[in-house]
Design a protein around this ligand. Sequence first.
Ligand code: ATP
Length: 450
Amino acid sequence: MNALARSLPAQPSAENLWEMLLDRLKRDGKDYTLNWLNRMQPLEVREDVLVLAVPDRFYQDWVDDHYRGLLESTLALVTDSPTRLGYEVVPGLAPPPELQPAPAVKTDGSRPPRLNARFTFQNFVVADSNQLAAAAAQAVADTPGRAYNPLYIYGGTGLGKTHLLHAIGNKIWDRDPTQRVVYLSSEQFTNEYIESVREQRMPEFRRKFRDECDVLMIDDVQFLGRKEETQREFFHTFNTLHEQGKAIILTSDMVPAEVPGLEERLRSRFSMGLITDIQEPSFETRVAILQKKSVMEGLELPDEVAHFIARAFQKNVRELEGALVKVSAIHSLSRHPVTVDFASHVLKDVLPSRQVVDVESIQKEVARYYKVPVEALKEDRRHKALAHARQVAMYLSRKLTKGSFPEIAARFNKDHSTVISAVRKVEKLRETDTAVKRELDELEAKLTGE
Ligand SMILES: Nc1ncnc2c1ncn2[C@@H]1O[C@H](COP(=O)(O)OP(=O)(O)OP(=O)(O)O)[C@@H](O)[C@H]1O
């Protein structure tokens, strides 16, 4: 112990402080932490710092990341000073005898309620549209309560906010199952609050959200707007957790400043850490998501089908995923090959209306437009008007369905080279012949509804 610490009679020794701290943790029901702390020993008090001996740098970083917040806030409860922690690496440090064997970790091994193990960082596709949010979420999962507290993720519907929230919770819990991860939507928080008030169970409510919570994750906080009493309770919950260095992660469909009816003091608290958004995914990201999910589904997804689905569902990953699941399910029931035509049939009911275009509907529309029988488009007759209508139908099939040449050829009973030359010919005519251009514009407008 140094001279300054010795000269202060009221100052407890490092050993005493450490003992008081561990005692307090036990009394507060945090004895599960002792398991993780038993490789440290009190060394000395340096000014306002309690210095702990640690066996190596790795252990030091780990304890610092996970327990500094808890240890310092507990230290503040047992003494006025010191209130900070320091470390010194003392190689070969043995666990103190009184803490051996390490107490069993108190956990029943079950994942925290409502936490969905399916949503992990491993199966989240990181791209430009969500890069910052994903990196911040990783940082929070690695050092909860220290990196970005609170983390506030906002963005449109179905873009992955909830996925990231669960991924954070899962990662923290997988690493340390004693971490009490509380995940719920703001509506569920509101309902639990109202029930607790009605049934006079507020102490239990507060214990759950303030004392027995290491990580609080609230989805869709915009629904707290205009709920004054719930906001008041949430404000105190937030403060208690934040002061103890407990991690808080929030999601919303808008920035705090835009949430209608959100109290100013909550707005400012929500903005204390990091606010980050998730944007709509680009075409490439949508394709990457489809590819990743198809591997998970055990579905072989040809590129042209992935491109077709990615073009059809642009704004919402949930819908993109739903389309893939549907294609995969019907493929495994029917064993029909996964082609663009197949996907467009399967998704007919859910495709945005302008996308309900398949080879069959193109053939019908073209036949009606040129007043020729549909069947004639699939035959070999070389009558000039018929040949033109057939080539236009092939060109539009290629342009609007993104089907491969062989797929389209099969629907016209031709080989793929016939389709390739028809498409080239019509492309050229579209540029050079205004009458043909007009025909194509009219047909496309009819088919796509644009
Ligand atoms: N980048 C991504 N990588 C993989 N899957 C994703 C990605 N983004 C979203 N998803 C998936 O899309 C679906 C919808 O995502 P999520 O529920 O997280 O959206 P949300 O932003 O919380 O939407 P809402 O605001 O409607 O609650 C989930 O199944 C999720 O796994």
